[in-house]
Ligand binder design. Sequence first.
Ligand SMILES: *Cc1c(COP(=O)(O)O)cnc(C)c1O
Length: 378
Amino acid sequence: MNKKTKLIHGGIVGDPFTGAVSTPIYQVSTYKQDGVGNFSYEYSRTGNPTREALEKLIADLEDGHRGFAFASGMAAIAAVMQLYKSGDHVVFTDDVYGGTYRLMSKVLNRFNLDVTFVDTSNPQKVREAVQDNTVAIYVETPTNPLLKVTDVREMRTIADEHDLHLIVDNTFSTPYYQNPITLGADIVLHSATKYIGGHSDVVAGLAVVATEKLGEELHFVQNSVGGVLGPQDSWLLIRGIKTLGLRMEQTEKNTAEIVSFLQSRDDIVTIYYPGLKDHPGHDTHKAQATGFGGMVSFDVGSKERAERVLASTKYFTLAESLGAVESLISVPAQMTHASIPAERRAELGITDGLVRISVGIEDAEDLIADLKQALEQE
Ligand SMILES: *Cc1c(COP(=O)(O)O)cnc(C)c1O
């Protein structure tokens, strides 16, 4: 199956019980048993038909063995981290999503899950960070907000050398453009709040594992800890996924036009976009993904100018989050990455003048006109 067909025909299509073409919302907590222990569904924390349709679909889209849906991206990430135990060590991408950094450095550290944050775009740094107690490498590619690219196949090689799990947060590229399991990952994560949902109307997380063993282990955690996604939100994601391909293509087309507009100006300090040939991760990204996506960051020079731009856009909504049909704009230093200490932000290059846009599916010429007038505000 090709990708756009898979978005419609992957997983469980419609409803096996009634023939309904769209998977119904099974708004139910418990199920009648035909005899003690004789049932296909038992209790909706353990399994629910609507959530299961979504879980099978994401497993198909990521070419994995089994999928899991959680109440948020963070709940999915936390569940995956609960596969490990006190005293274990995980190597992380350094400019990982702010919430992931916070989870590891302020919550799971209390349980002695040890972490090292390194620039995973440099495999040598990852090799140096591996310790005797390392159990996994966790990467985001491209990253947020600097769009740094990590070579997933190279990470697999390192993981094999030390018998580690390889975990990839694939939120930015989506399964439409990048499939980390086919590149060697053991576990793929998504904040489905972003492109997968795509309409700024649901908070959700997804995980896909490559093997039956990991599937059993993660289901045990999902059912024991309980951060599952409800049926209504599961349905919204199934609906969102049907147009993922169309949305990604329009987003990427718009993004290419916006990037060339930004390049044509001499008042932008730096543009971060993996689609640019001079982006350090361009070739690696091209070798592992089929599209560059719709996230772009650019430095307008100062905090004051960034604030002026953010105060003046009309179609780019000032908001956290990304990956929706509507274009969004933010300043990472004060918003998504505010939970990262200022000195660490400086080390990473997340300057006060850095503006991040998530390009939506509006008409590119309107988006460009909007950015132009915002950049020209005195
Ligand atoms: C938003 C985001 C998360 C967290 O997901 P939530 O759905 O907000 O809990 C994790 N990783 C990345 C890359 C994200 O953008």
